[in-house]
Design a protein around this ligand. Structure first.
Ligand code: GUN
Length: 293
């Protein structure tokens, strides 16, 4: 059994990106510039944005954070997004989710210029990914594919069960696993909250990708010997013994599942760092592909 080291892999990729950025700037180009928009002060969102800023520094990117009040109205936020779309010094930006209830996430996502949509959430980028065209792909699924590449995990013809159908992870993950390429070429089943017998599908799976946000959902009796298990869950569970008062829990009962696996990702230190690195890759892609000036 191999525990996939997402943190180490992410470090390696950030060094590779940083070398590419050095080559860019040596030719007189500006370094890639990523902006994070943070509405309100949701503690998890503040942490995620902080981690993205740190990653930008490691990659040699310029980064900025736009902090906006939690009670901002939708039109004001949409006009800020339009300004970022038109700002030629900005290669890409992310609007950290979730947004306060007075704001439509759908409208916000639709407003983002697809060339600057570093999260890969806009309809154009979702469509390009589904068609197998180049573009900005959703970060978590891209990061998982990169782990398959770097650990030489063969997905050809594999039975792959994706648990969860969110626009951010489950759907794009399923799309990429069934793409006519490697990694991909898998036979994909998507299970979700209305699925009748998730255990039945999982037991037959060569690869399980769990993205439902229910700590410990995938149990040992759901996993066949030799399976690859990828855990996307990062639920904060109260734990007074921890310095921060909580610990991060994955969707997989790691202790009991790991001994059965050929490969498994831990939480933390598995998929999370790869998501951030995919955002960095997307920012570099946007800077190289779509820069106007
Ligand atoms: N909130 C939780 N995950 C994400 C993500 O991938 N992108 C953005 N923008 N917000 C998130």
């Amino acid at each position: 059994m191999t525990i996939i080291d997402g943190k180490q892999t992410a470090e390696t990729i950030m060094r590779e990106i940083s070398r590419e950025v050095s080559a860019m700037t040596a030719q007189g180009e500006r370094p890639p510039h990523l902006v994070a928009v943070l509405v309100g002060d949701n503690p998890a969102s503040v942490t995620y944005v902080g981690n993205k800023v740190k990653a930008c520094l490691r990659c040699g990117f310029k980064s900025s954070v736009v902090n906006l009040p939690a009670d901002i109205d939708e039109d004001t936020l949409l006009s800020k997004i339009e300004a970022l779309n038109n700002d030629e010094t900005v290669d890409g930006f992310i609007v950290q989710l979730p947004l306060p209830p007075q704001i439509s996430e759908r409208k916000v996502i639709e407003m983002i210029d697809y060339r600057k949509d570093i999260d890969g959430f806009s309809p154009v980028n979702v469509g390009r990914m589904a068609l197998g065209l180049t573009g900005l792909y959703a970060a978590t699924p891209s990061g998982i594919l990169e782990l398959f590449r770097r650990y030489n995990i063969n997905t050809e013809g594999a039975n792959c069960v994706v648990i969860g159908r969110s626009n951010i992870v489950g759907r794009p993950m399923a799309e990429l696993m069934m793409q006519k390429a490697l990694p991909g070429n898998a036979t994909v089943t998507v299970c979700h909250s209305r699925s009748r017998d998730i255990k039945k599908y999982c037991r037959d799976a060569d690869i399980i990708i769990a993205a439902i946000g229910q700590p410990g959902f995938v149990k040992a009796d759901m996993v066949k010997d030799g399976a690859v298990v990828i855990d996307v869950g990062i639920t904060r569970v109260d734990d007074s013994s921890q310095p921060k008062g909580y610990r991060l829990c994955g969707d997989v009962d790691f202790e009991n599942v790991a001994p059965k696996c050929s490969f498994i990702t831990p939480v933390p230190g598995g998929v999370g760092p790869m998501t951030i690195v995919s955002l960095m890759r997307n920012t570099l892609f946007a800077a190289k592909s779509y820069r106007q000036s």
